[in-house]
Write a protein that binds this ligand. Structure first.
Ligand code: ACO
Length: 366
């Protein structure tokens, strides 16, 4: 059986910080309201030189460096985003142009659920033996589509990108189960009219028209608690595990109250639930891979530990999966005459092999 282990990971956020105090000067709101209703204290916002592509490429370079791979060694790039820099050229192609290499490239659109959707699609390519090494990115620059006169939405969003590298393993690593779902009829609760090929009449009448996110916050809130709780529980069950076997839940970072309520629904202690919402707000498709990269850096999980990734978003959509962390069973074949390395989960070299007499050698992970 083939699995798709995560052998590299990385994240990138813009430098510019937008604090609650900054927002107090822009709309009728307060730090107290924002913190108590959402848990967000500040978020990172793109500047003129940032883009979905630049953030994605920065996160990808980190992930590739951790995996000790070059862009030439990647077979496929999948980017989850609802804010691509262009609509004709896929974001994945723009990222490939930035990184180099000739990987196949396409995008996945599932808003904030996008990274977990993309991870499940990308894992299938590896599990079925179609590709050996796949780069999966979740990236969004939603603040470009936020109406900074609407206090009910502008406080929520930030920008960023996160990335992982998947490699074939013959041990159960990477995604062990997946739950994907959508309720298309719920699209009216969270959407951006005029952000696509259907142009509203107002666009012709008002040339300055810009599509902004529209949201029924309370409806999305209720949906999110139910969807995250149920999808996470189903993913754990499908992996043949119980929550006692789970080291950490890494949820989409939209609202601290949603995360707390979902954790209560799952009877999961908050120490096992990762949150960095206070520093980044909702970064849409980037939120889960950024959370994963930051959670890993704390050393809270290691080789063989089970994590649950879970997200919800526009669509309405939801996605969850159990990931077994680590690189056991990952083998790298060194081309004839070449030198290859295997790395551990922390990006450290654990073995180096050189091909002798034109014969390929295998360098196995731990
Ligand atoms: N500052 C001060 N007051 C505010 C603000 C603000 N920033 N925003 C709204 N209010 C006011 C409202 O006008 C309302 O006033 P009223 O009672 O006088 O009418 C009051 O606060 C309560 O508003 P609610 O909407 O009931 O506030 P709620 O507790 O539901 O919090 C929030 C609003 C934070 C938006 C919450 O509903 C939420 O987080 N929902 C989920 C949203 C979400 O996660 N969206 C992302 C989906 S992911 C994707 O795919 C993009």
């Amino acid at each position: 059986m083939r699995y798709a282990a995560i052998t590299g990971w990385g994240m990138s956020v813009p430098e510019r910080v937008l604090t609650n105090a900054d927002l107090e000067r822009m709309v009728d709101t307060s730090d107290e309201w924002i913190v108590s209703r959402t848990g967000i204290r500040e978020r990172r916002v793109v500047g003129p030189d940032d883009s979905t592509t630049s953030l994605s490429a920065a996160a990808a370079r980190q992930a590739l460096a951790r995996a000790d791979l070059t862009p030439d060694e990647i077979d496929l790039i999948v980017v989850a985003t609802c804010t691509p820099d262009q609509f004709v050229v896929s974001e994945a192609c723009l990222v490939q142009a930035e990184l180099g290499g000739r990987a196949a490239a396409f995008d996945v659109g599932a808003a904030c659920s996008g990274f977990v959707y993309a991870l499940s699609v990308a894992s299938l390519f590896v599990q079925h033996g179609i590709h050996e090494r796949v780069l999966v990115i979740g990236a969004d620059t939603l603040t470009r589509f936020v109406d900074y006169t609407d206090r009910s939405t502008c406080i929520l969003f930030g920008d960023g990108a996160g990335a992982v590298v998947l490699e074939a393993s013959d041990e159960p690593r990477g995604l062990l189960s997946t739950v994907l779902g959508a309720d298309g009829a719920g699209n009216r609760h969270l959407y951006a009219p005029g952000w696509g090929a259907v142009v509203p009449e107002s666009a012709a009448l008002f040339p300055e028209f810009r599509p902004y996110l529209q949201m029924n916050g309370q409806e999305v809130f209720r949906f999110a608690v139910r969807a995250m709780g149920d999808a996470a529980a189903e993913a754990v069950e499908r992996a043949g595990l119980g929550f006692g076997d789970v080291e950490m839940l890494i949820p989409h970072q939209a609202n601290a109250r949603i995360i707390d309520a979902a954790a209560r629904r799952l009877d999961l202690p908050l120490e096992k639930v990762w949150s960095n919402l206070d520093r980044y707000g909702n970064t849409s498709a980037a939120s889960v891979p950024i959370a994963l990269a930051e959670a890993e850096a704390t050393g809270r999980f290691a080789e063989g530990d089970n994590l649950v990734l879970v997200a919800f978003g526009a669509g309405l959509s939801w996605a969850a999966g159990v990931v077994r962390w680590g690189i056991a069973g990952v083998k790298r074949t060194v081309p004839p005459g070449g030198v290859g390395t295997a790395v551990d989960g922390g990006g450290r070299r654990i073995a180096t092999g050189a091909a002798a007499n034109g014969r390929a050698v295998e360098v196995a992970g731990v």
